[in-house]
Design a protein around this ligand. Sequence first.
Ligand SMILES: Cc1cc2nc3c(=O)[nH]c(=O)nc-3n(C[C@H](O)[C@H](O)[C@H](O)COP(=O)(O)O)c2cc1C
Length: 200
Amino acid sequence: MEFFEIVRGRRSVRAFRSDPLTRAQIEAVLEAARWAPSPHGRQPWRFVVVTTVAARARLAAAMGAEWRRQLALDGQDPATIEARFRKSHERIVGAPALIIPCLYLADLDTYPDAERQAAETTMAVQSLGCAVQNMLLAAYTLGFDSGWMCAPLFCQETVREALGLGDDLHPHALIPLGYAARDPVRRPRRPLDELVIHWE
Ligand SMILES: Cc1cc2nc3c(=O)[nH]c(=O)nc-3n(C[C@H](O)[C@H](O)[C@H](O)COP(=O)(O)O)c2cc1C
């Protein structure tokens, strides 16, 4: 595939077939992440890979329990909470492989003031996004699909506990990988002249 075909063809998939991926396929996706740009070249990301049925179920159960709690706090009614929980649970256990990209800040520069420290952290988050995009494009190039779930960002401690991760790892997303069960409906893109707001 040519580059722009890959960029346009990559899509967020939310339902996967159960066909497994090989270790080599998952490693190829991670290899693409490794080459992402990063602030000072520090590569402020680490990746957790979850493939076994037991681990996917454990993670989905832990995240689901926390999400139920948060939805109840938001005042959602029990039937809606149950429906949303089931959908999310299915997405996590239904994908044959999950990658959880974690922000890792220990190697970044430190500053005496909070403002510059926050900018340094933002750079790391931007870089994590680059690493994830590389993974998504790699998966599509290799003939399978990916998705992006932001949920770990909202329950970082739960994910750490479920997977036995240290406090220095900040789970930022959950990337399900596999073969699409069906073609997803794509969201339209804004035209370029709406996005480029200044050019001189
Ligand atoms: C930071 C970020 C967080 C996202 N979180 C979710 C999510 O929690 N659930 C979901 O279904 N899609 C999520 N997405 C995927 C977007 O919904 C998707 O990229 C967008 O609708 C465009 O669709 P496409 O990826 O198929 O082009 C997220 C994407 C990004 C970049």
